[in-house]
Design a protein around this ligand. Structure first.
Ligand code: HEC
Length: 104
């Protein structure tokens, strides 16, 4: 490999590594936004999580559940008619953080 090619590859690698760090971070605020977003999970109906759980009411105990991501996905694929969200994504992490923040 010549030096120019090597430099170009190192540059790409640096961009790849920096990419995720520059992306949006998981947060309670983002989770709350997604909770109120009717397009969550690619949903095409007008329901958001908040349609049935206004302000997350009644979910004070849900944050402690070990299968929280699974329950969230059931509500996404069920009532929202959307697609499951991977548990490692910023979206799912943020939704969980928001629900965990409701614990009393
Ligand atoms: C059409 C109404 C509806 C929508 C929309 C809906 N849910 Fe649910 N959800 C329910 C019902 C019904 C239950 C089961 C009864 C309960 O625990 O309130 C439930 C349960 C849950 C629970 C478990 C609560 C507990 O204490 O065990 C979580 C967490 C949850 N939903 C999250 C969400 C999220 C996140 C969204 C948005 C993606 C959402 N829900 C959208 C109806 C809905």
């Amino acid at each position: 490999m010549n030096n120019k090619l090597l430099a170009a590859n190192l540059c790409c690698l640096a961009l790849l590594l920096a990419g995720p760090a520059m992306a949006e971070k998981s947060s309670v605020e983002l989770g709350q936004k997604l909770f109120n977003d009717p397009t969550l999970g690619g949903s095409s109906n007008d329901k958001s999580c908040a349609s049935c759980h206004p302000n997350g009411e009644g979910m004070e105990k849900a944050g402690a559940k070990s299968n929280l991501a699974k329950i969230i996905n059931q509500c996404i694929t069920g009532p929202l008619g959307g697609e499951k969200i991977d548990g490692r994504t910023v979206e799912m992490r943020s939704l969980k953080m928001y629900i965990e923040s409701l614990a009393k």
